[in-house]
Design a binder for this molecule. Structure first.
Ligand code: DQQ
Length: 640
C-alpha cells in the first residue's frame, strides 16, 4: 500500500481545471510538461512511420481504409407497442465519428453482465434456486438493436461470475410471436416456480402468459414450458391493447390468494392494475388500482415490495406485519427513468398511499439519476437481502452499436434497504460479492486539495476500478460563505465540473486523458441556501467525456442528504464505458455511459479535483483495481 499526497504547484501533476469555454485542446497542463528528448524521439518515429506508410500505401490501402459494410437494422419498438429503445434518432449522420474497432472494443465491460453479442434490455425473473442465481433478460439474438425479443438466461453462484445458458423462451406461439417480453418469477412456499411474462401476440396485443420449468429438479432450469391455455390475462375493458404489460412478482395475501400488479395507463395517468389468483391460471381483476399518478404516462416494469423500518435485511415480497414500508417503483415510458416512492400498503382497499404526495412516483426519487431503466428486484433468501437489477442502455449512436455488435449492459446488482437514518429514501449498494474482484489497493490518506486544483493519482491504468473516498470541506470557508446565490442549482442545468462556486465542485475525474482532453467528472457541489443551510448535490458530468460528437454528453445528478456529523462519501465503479457512482452510502446513485476516444487502454488516468474558489477540501481515498469477471458460455464439465 502506498500513500501519496500531491499538493505542490510545482509538481508536474498539479494542474488547474480547464474552464469548459476555454479548452483549446492545448491547455496549461500539457504545455507545462517538459518537452524533452523523448518527445523528439517519438516525433521522429511518427514521421518515419508516416513516410513508410506513404510508400506502401497502394499495397495496404484496402486494409487501412476499408470500412466494413454494416447493415442498419431498423428499430421496431414504437410499431410493436413499446417506445424507442436506442438513441439512433439523437445523432445526425453528419455527427458521425470515425470509430475504429480498437476504440469500440475497449468499450466492452469486464465485470458487468452482458451477453457475448447483440442487443439486451430489461432484467427478467431474477431468483435464487437450488444454489444458483438465475438471471433472464430481454434479448435480440439477431442484431444489436431492439427487436425479435426472446429471454436470454444465465446462472451464477455469486451474482458476479456468470455462465450463459440456452435461450429460456423464444416467440413460438401466437400469444408471444411478436416478442417474449418482460416478466417476473414467484417462488411458492413448496418451491414451485411460477413465471409470468408479457407476450406480444400475432396482432401485437399485450397479454400475460404463464410458464414454468420443465424439470424442477434441474438446478439450472434449462428448459421452460409454456402453459397450454395461455394467455392467462388479456387487456381488461377500457385498457388499450398496447398498454398492458410487465407482471410483478406475486405476494401472498391474508385472503390466501396471490396478488400481482401490471403496469398500464388511462389517457396520461399511469396506473397499476391489480389481480388476485389462487392458481396463476385464472385471475380476478380488483376494483381499485393500487396507485395512479396523473400526467406520468405509461408505467412499465412496475415493482412493489416491502422494506424494513428497523432491520438491515431484505424482506420477502409476501412479508406482512411488523415495521415495514412498501416501495412502489415504475419505469416511465415517457421519460425513460425509474421512479420510486415509499408508502403504506392497505390490502383490504387495494391501495398504496405515498408517505409524501409531493414526491409521488414519477415526481420524486429516482433509483438512478443517469442511465438505468426497467429495473427489477428480487428477494435473495440465500443472503436475506433484496437485490436490484437495472438495464443500462447505451448512449452512443445506434450506428456505433451495430458496428461493435452489442448494445447495453446490466448494472452491478445492488442491495436495496430503507435508509433508516433519514427514513425517507432507499439506499442502494453494490452487492458485497463485487469485493471479490478487488486486487491491489492504493491509499491516499488525508490529501489536501486546495481550491482550484487538479491532482493526479498515480496508479497507472484506470479502466477497472473501485474507488471509495471521503471528503471534508474546510470549516472556515463553510462559515464564511455568503448565503443565497445559486440556491436553484441543478447538476443538469449547470455548467458542470467547470462551474465554480465558493464550495465546489470537488471530486474525481475518471477515464481522463492525461492532458484532460477527455474526462468524466463525478463530484459534490455544495450550495448554502438563503436559510443558511447547506444543500449538497452529487453530479456526473459527461460533457468532456469524449471528443466524439455522436455520444450523449448530459450532466446528470441530484441532491443528496448529508446528515449532521456525516462526512461526504462517494464510491465509484469504473468498468470501461460504464461509471456507476454512489453518494452517502447509496442515497443518490448515478450511472454514466462514456465513450472516450483517447482515454482508453493504457492512456487513461485518475485525478482528484477541487474547483471551488474558496474552500480547501481534505480527502482520504482507497482505490482497488478490479479484475474481470468470468462471464462465458456454459460447458457440460461445469454441470453440477
Ligand atoms: N421492455 C419490454 C417491455 C417493457 C419494456 C419489451 C421496458 O415488456 O415494457 O422489450 O423497457
Amino acid at each position: 500500500m502506498s500513500s501519496k499526497t500531491f499538493s505542490d504547484p510545482e509538481d508536474p501533476t498539479y494542474t488547474p481545471l480547464p474552464d469548459a469555454a476555454e479548452d483549446d485542446g492545448d491547455h496549461e497542463a500539457c504545455r507545462r510538461r517538459p518537452i524533452g528528448r523523448t518527445f523528439m524521439v517519438i516525433l521522429g518515429c511518427c514521421l518515419l512511420v508516416l513516410f513508410v506508410k506513404s510508400l506502401v500505401q497502394p499495397i495496404f490501402q484496402p486494409m487501412f481504409t476499408k470500412e466494413a459494410v454494416v447493415p442498419m437494422p431498423v428499430s421496431r419498438g414504437p410499431a410493436a407497442g413499446v417506445s424507442e429503445k436506442s438513441t439512433h434518432r439523437l445523432f445526425s449522420a453528419v455527427d458521425s465519428f470515425p470509430w475504429s474497432n480498437t476504440m469500440l472494443s475497449w468499450q466492452r465491460t469486464a465485470f458487468h453482465f452482458q451477453p457475448d453479442r447483440n442487443w439486451m434490455n430489461d432484467p427478467n425473473g431474477p431468483m435464487f434456486y437450488k444454489g444458483w442465481y438465475h438471471f433472464f433478460y430481454q434479448y435480440n439474438p439477431h442484431a444489436a438493436v431492439w427487436g425479435d425479443i426472446v429471454w436470454g438466461h444465465a446462472v451464477s453462484k455469486d451474482l458476479i461470475h456468470w455462465l450463459h445458458l440456452l435461450l429460456a423462451m423464444v416467440p413460438d406461439q401466437w400469444y408471444d410471436i411478436n416478442g417474449v417480453w418482460t416478466g417476473s418469477a414467484t417462488i411458492l412456499p413448496d418451491g414451485k416456480i411460477i413465471m409470468l411474462y408479457t407476450g406480444s401476440t400475432n396482432e401485437s396485443v399485450q397479454v400475460q402468459n404463464l410458464a414454468y420449468p420443465a424439470d424442477p429438479s434441474d438446478p439450472l432450469l434449462i428448459n421452460w414450458v409454456k402453459y397450454s391455455k395461455n394467455p392467462v390475462l388479456v387487456p381488461p375493458p377500457g385498457i388499450e391493447y398496447k398498454d398492458f404489460r410487465d407482471p410483478t412478482t406475486a405476494w401472498y395475501t391474508p385472503d390466501k390468494k396471490w396478488r400481482i400488479v401490471i403496469g398500464s395507463k388511462l389517457n396520461k395517468t399511469g396506473i397499476t392494475l391489480v389481480y388476485d389468483t389462487v392458481d396463476f391460471k385464472s385471475y380476478e381483476l380488483q376494483k381499485g388500482v393500487l396507485h395512479a399518478v396523473p400526467g406520468t404516462g405509461m408505467w412499465e416494469c412496475v415493482d412493489f415490495y416491502p422494506v424494513s423500518k428497523t432491520g438491515k435485511n431484505g424482506l420477502d415480497t409476501s412479508f406482512d406485519g411488523g415495521e415495514v414500508k412498501h416501495v412502489l417503483k415504475a419505469s416511465m415510458d415517457d421519460d425513460r427513468h425509474d421512479y420510486y416512492a415509499l408508502g403504506t400498503y392497505v390490502h383490504n382497499t387495494t391501495t398504496w398511499i405515498p408517505d409524501d404526495p409531493a414526491i409521488d412516483v414519477g415526481y420524486g426519487f429516482r433509483y438512478d439519476y443517469g442511465k438505468l431503466y426497467a429495473s427489477k428486484t428480487f428477494y435473495d433468501e440465500n443472503k436475506e437481502r433484496r437485490v436490484l437489477w437495472g438495464w443500462i442502455p447505451e448512449s452512443d449512436s445506434e450506428k456505433a452499436d451495430v458496428k461493435k455488435g452489442w448494445a447495453s449492459v446490466q448494472s452491478i446488482p445492488r442491495t436495496v434497504v430503507l435508509d433508516t437514518k433519514t427514513g425517507s429514501n432507499l439506499l442502494q449498494w453494490p452487492v458485497e460479492e463485487i469485493n471479490g474482484l478487488r486486487m491491489g489497493r492504493t491509499d491516499f490518506d488525508n490529501v489536501e486539495v486546495p481550491a482550484g486544483t487538479v491532482l493526479s493519482l498515480d496508479i497507472g491504468e484506470t479502466t477497472q476500478l473501485d474507488i471509495v473516498a471521503e471528503f471534508e470541506i474546510d470549516e472556515k470557508a463553510l462559515n464564511k460563505t455568503l448565503v443565497g446565490g445559486s440556491e436553484e442549482y441543478s447538476c443538469s442545468a449547470s455548467g458542470g465540473a467547470a462551474q465554480q462556486s465558493a464550495l465546489g465542485p470537488f471530486g474525481f475525474l475518471v477515464l481522463a486523458e492525461e492532458c484532460l482532453l477527455e474526462q468524466t467528472a463525478v463530484y459534490f457541489y455544495i450550495v448554502k441556501g438563503n436559510d443558511g443551510r447547506l444543500k449538497t448535490h452529487f453530479c456526473s458530468d459527461q460533457s468532456r467525456s469524449s471528443e466524439a460528437s455522436d455520444v450523449d454528453k448530459q450532466i446528470y445528478g441530484s441532491t443528496v442528504p448529508v446528515l449532521k456529523g456525516e462526512k461526504l462519501t462517494m464510491r465509484i465503479l469504473v468498468d470501461h464505458s460504464i461509471v456507476e457512482s454512489f453518494a452517502q452510502g447509496g442515497r443518490t446513485c448515478i450511472t454514466s455511459r462514456v465513450y472516450p476516444t483517447k482515454a482508453i487502454y493504457g492512456a487513461n488516468r485518475l485525478f482528484v479535483f477541487n474547483n471551488a474558489t474558496e474552500a480547501t477540501v481534505n480527502t482520504s481515498i482507497k482505490i482497488w483495481k478490479l479484475s474481470s469477471a468470468y462471464i462465458h458460455g456454459f460447458s457440460n464439465e461445469q454441470k453440477m
